[in-house]
Each structure stands twice: as structure tokens, then as C-alpha cells.
Design a binder for this molecule. Sequence first.
Ligand SMILES: Cc1ncc(C[n+]2csc(CCOP(=O)(O)OP(=O)(O)O)c2C)c(N)n1
Length: 409
Amino acid sequence: MTQSDPRFHVPAPHARPGDTPDFSHIAIPPAGEARRPDIDVEGSETADLATGLIRVLDHNHQAVGPWNPELSADHLREGLKHMMTTRAYDDRMLKLQRQGKMSFYMKSTGEEAVAVAAAMALSGDDMVFPSYRQQGILFSRGRDMVDMMCHCISNSRDNLKGRQLPVHYTWAEGNFFSISGNLTTQFPQAVGYAMACQYRGESRIAASWIGEGSTAEGDFHGALVMASTYKAPVILNVVNNQWAISTFQGIAGGQGQTFAMKGIGYGLASLRIDGNDFLAVHAATAWAAERARAGHGATMIETFTYRADAHSTSDDPSGYRPKGEEAKWPLGDPIERLKNHLIGLGEWDQERHDALEAELNDQVIAAYKEAESHGTLHDGPLSPVSSMFEDVCEEQDWRLRRQRQDLGI
Ligand SMILES: Cc1ncc(C[n+]2csc(CCOP(=O)(O)OP(=O)(O)O)c2C)c(N)n1
């Protein structure tokens, strides 16, 4: 459905508020069908994988096909726990934002596998350049939840001293690069970082995540050219969650072709994967990481998923998409799917699941109590004003010194 005025073509989504959610236009190939090429495949030979959809978990929640990463039950349970932690954390943080405890929040509901499975397939040494919707990486890499909350409420234990918007984490110790509010800047940064690793003969690689809307930025194209030309050891993830705030994926050029196909145009190996399938995300990331480490170059991965909640606490999706659309997403929910897979293996049950959920909720509540004991944005203590001049330049130049003098500090 597109606007009929031939002078100005504006793509339109299949359903708007008031319509019945409709995903019948999305082709979902059977799980296990996609081939798994060798890691040294030429980028141009992956076009079928960039137009199809790599899936491992079938409709009976069984792992099938050549992309099955055959992970141990312990690894799967760990992944489930990190995804459940991410969801419990997001849900509580939203409530706290509504209670006025923080200025702003962004959830990753429905996209937990995108971050968690990828982080678990990478090495802890690999540098990640995420966007604001991959908090699951932090849990997977063991970041302290209290520290994350202290950042979001900009208190005296905030490692960013109140200089960043909440959710724009930085964690150097965990090789988690500062999240930039300027969309897509992380792609060229990741490529440059990866090239530096290669130049220094290191085995570590870089991985980055942007949303599909962010592919409309020029930085996307510059990054792909550099990644391809210099065979940078980098994984470039485009998280296609269907929406960029209120604009649907067609506005970023997603109609008629997949986002993964854009990688083919630059000569990159490109995969399109079911982003709600923990096993598919894990397998594709592991494949791309092995390829990068072996010197065969970059991979672009489109993770096909759905943003199940609002863009942020400043957004109301009821103004632009049908209510309840998330429940109709044909690829389901990543947590439910991994849970059912584990139950099918005889490695999990509903009772344990409920107990873990309750335990994680208690953990999040306790973490917030502790975070609040270090102050809040409202009640302080806040970092001193003079701190805004620190940590930026090793030696402050005359302009900064002058501004500081003007403030009398
Ligand atoms: C360069 C730039 N342009 C615009 C914005 C405002 N903005 C913030 S998030 C967003 C939507 C991004 O959508 P997408 O890339 O699909 O990621 P998603 O939020 O869906 O994860 C926009 C337009 C920005 N932060 N930076």
C-alpha cells in the first residue's frame, strides 16, 4: 500500500492504528533450510543468504539444519538467564522512569536475543560498538547492575558523571564502547577499530549494531566501503526491528529488498537471520567471528526482529501502528522460544522458569535500592559542575580554561 500521488512516492506500512495487525506479506522460510557456507566464501556468493532467513528453531522448538550451533544445555540456560535479566531490568526501569526516578529510558523488549546471543558467541576481548538497544550485552559480559542503574539515574556513582543520556552506557573494562546518541557513528568506528586490531596482529575483532532506520545515514555506506575494501575483521549488525521511532522500515529503503542485500552490493558476506531465534543469532555471529579472525573479512548481518515496545519513554506507538501488533509477530518471542526449546530437551521446566523470573525481579529491585543509596538525579548529590571539563582532553586548551574561568570554578 503506497500513497497514490505519483509526484511524491511515500512508502506506507501494511497496517496503521485501527487496522488488524497483518504480517501475511512476510515470507518465513522453514527452519533448517538455509545452507551454511565455508567461512572463506566470497561475499558475492552469499546473496541467497541475504535474501532468505537463517532459522534454527522450528515450530516445535527443535534445533534443525546446518546452522544448529549445538550448544550445551548450560550455555543455553545461561543465555536464557541473560535474556530474562534484560527483560526484568527493562520492565523495572520503565516503571521507575514513570515514577520520575530518571529522565528517560529505552527498552529492548523482544530483541533480547539479538544482543545476548551475539555477545555469548563473541570473545570477551572483542570490542563492541552497540546502539542503545543492546543492554543484553552488558548482562552477558557480567556488568554490575547497580553500576548500570547509577548511570541511568546520573548519581554520584555514575561512571559517566551525568554527561550522557540514560541508557547510553560506557564500560571500557568490558570492551563496550561509549554509545553515541548520533545514530550510525558506531559503524565506521567499529571498522576503524577492527582495522587497527588487524594492523597490530591481534586476534580480537569488533562488532557493531545499528537499527535499520540508521542505515539511511551516510556513515553506513562509508563504513561498508571501508570494511569491504580492507577486509576489516568486523561484524556489522543491522537490527531490523521494523520501526525507527514512528517510521516503518520501508522509509529506510527496506521495501522490495532486504537490508542484508545492501551488504552484497559492497561485496560483503551478508546473512539475514531470525533475530528472535537465540540459536540462529549465536550461530551466525560465531560464523562471522571465525571468518573475521581467519582474515576473510567482514560480515554484515541483518537480524530480523520486532520492536515489541515503544521506541523510548518519549514515544507512544498507538499513534502509528496497530495495538497488539507485537503479539502477532510471526517469529514469536525470543525468551519463550528458547525456554520451550530447553523444555523440549528436558533441560528446563515451567517451575524453574517461574522461580528464576521471581529471583531476577527481586534482584532488580534490590539493585535499585542500592543504586538509589548513591543519590538520584532529583535529590543529588550530583557531580560538581567543574567535572564537565575533566576527562575530555589530557591538557585543557585555552578555550576550556577560559570557559572554566568564566564560570568562576
Ligand atoms: C544522526 C541522528 N539522526 C536522528 C536521530 C534521532 N533518532 C534517535 S533514535 C531514532 C530512530 C532510529 O531507528 P533505528 O535505527 O531503526 O533503531 P531502533 O531505535 O529501531 O533500534 C532517531 C531518528 C539521532 N539520534 N541521530
